[in-house]
Design a protein around this ligand. Structure first.
Ligand SMILES: C[S@@+](CC[C@H](N)C(=O)[O-])C[C@H]1O[C@@H](n2cnc3c(N)ncnc32)[C@H](O)[C@@H]1O
Ligand SMILES: Nc1nc2[nH]cc(C(=O)O)c2c(=O)[nH]1
Ligand code: SF4
Ligand SMILES: [Mg+2]
Length: 243
């Protein structure tokens, strides 16, 4: 029997709003379930039970079929996010199927679990969580993940992305960047208002925070090689789901 994946939503084509391939046209597959519960998670519906009726157990073939139904021939890139997709061993079949169809594959995870299929991801974003999330990073696990990827020469396919809300988060980001100096490093503006419905209010706040984060970065020598980015999708579409 084919393995199944708990899928919460499939959407696109849209653009990747964050990190190493920001702006890339992509489809999204969002899996259900997370081993974390970040205080400010903008996708809490994947793990807090509020969207549990929407979870579908899907085979890789079914996911592919839905992607083609939505995107036709207007995509060449798929981003897998969650929740934490690294909880799902069975994603190996979907990743293989996407590659057979000449689709580049990106994946977002927090770096709390390893999967052997990490080696097959074209754009792997690892986003360890700063103090404001109220989660604790297990650096033994993160060290192991980065070491395995380094040993296989996957540096060009990996990045670290730390969301920053405040000074303590910025200090954490410095620590992470210094610990893994050869991995491309991104700072991302934190969105404090994940329930704000007024796009103009949200945009203004996010741009003010972006200015603050840029100013911190330019003043900090340890961040000479860092890249600062907003969540582009939040600036364009606000807190809407499925964009
Ligand atoms: C929803 S998470 C899913 C993937 C994985 N669990 C993770 O956290 O990396 C996708 C990305 O959104 C970021 N994110 C979540 N909530 C956010 C918020 N309120 N503001 C800015 N980024 C946020 C996460 O840090 C992560 O980089
Ligand atoms: N456009 C867009 N870009 C994104 N980058 C990361 C996302 C995520 O929720 O993982 C995301 C998302 O939900 N939408
Ligand atoms: S690790 Fe990612 S999906 Fe899980 S709670 Fe944190 S931000 Fe949300
Ligand atoms: Mg998101």
């Amino acid at each position: 029997m084919a393995k199944t994946i708990p899928v919460l939503e499939i959407f696109g084509p849209t653009i990747q709003g964050e990190g190493m391939v920001i702006g890339q046209k992509t489809m999204f597959v969002r899996t259900a379930g997370c081993d974390y519960s970040c205080r400010w998670c903008d996708s809490a519906f994947t793990w807090d039970g509020s969207a549990k009726e929407e979870i579908r157990q899907m085979t890789a073939e079914e996911v592919w079929h839905r992607l083609v139904e939505l995107g036709g021939d207007r995509f060449s890139h798929v981003t897998i996010s969650g929740g934490n997709p690294a909880l799902i061993k069975a994603l190996d079949e979907l990743i293989s199927l996407l590659k057979e169809n000449k689709i580049r594959v990106a994946l977002e995870t927090q770096g709390s679990r390893w999967q052997d299929w990490f080696y097959d991801i074209d754009d792997l974003t690892i986003s360890p969580k700063p103090p404001s999330s109220e989660m604790n990073t297990d650096f033994a696990v993160l060290d192991d993940i980065i070491e395995r990827l380094n040993k296989r020469g996957r540096v060009a396919n990996v990045s670290l992305k730390v969301v920053v809300f405040d000074e303590k988060d910025f200090a954490y980001a410095k620590f992470v960047h210094a610990r893994y100096p050869n991995i491309p490093f991104y700072l991302q503006v934190g969105n404090d208002d994940v329930t704000e419905l007024d796009d103009l209010t949200l945009r203004t706040k996010l741009l003010e925070k972006l200015e603050w984060l840029i100013e911190k970065t330019v003043q900090t020598k340890e961040m000479n090689d860092a890249r600062v980015l907003p969540q582009l999708h939040a600036l364009v579409w606000g807190n809407k789901r499925g964009v």
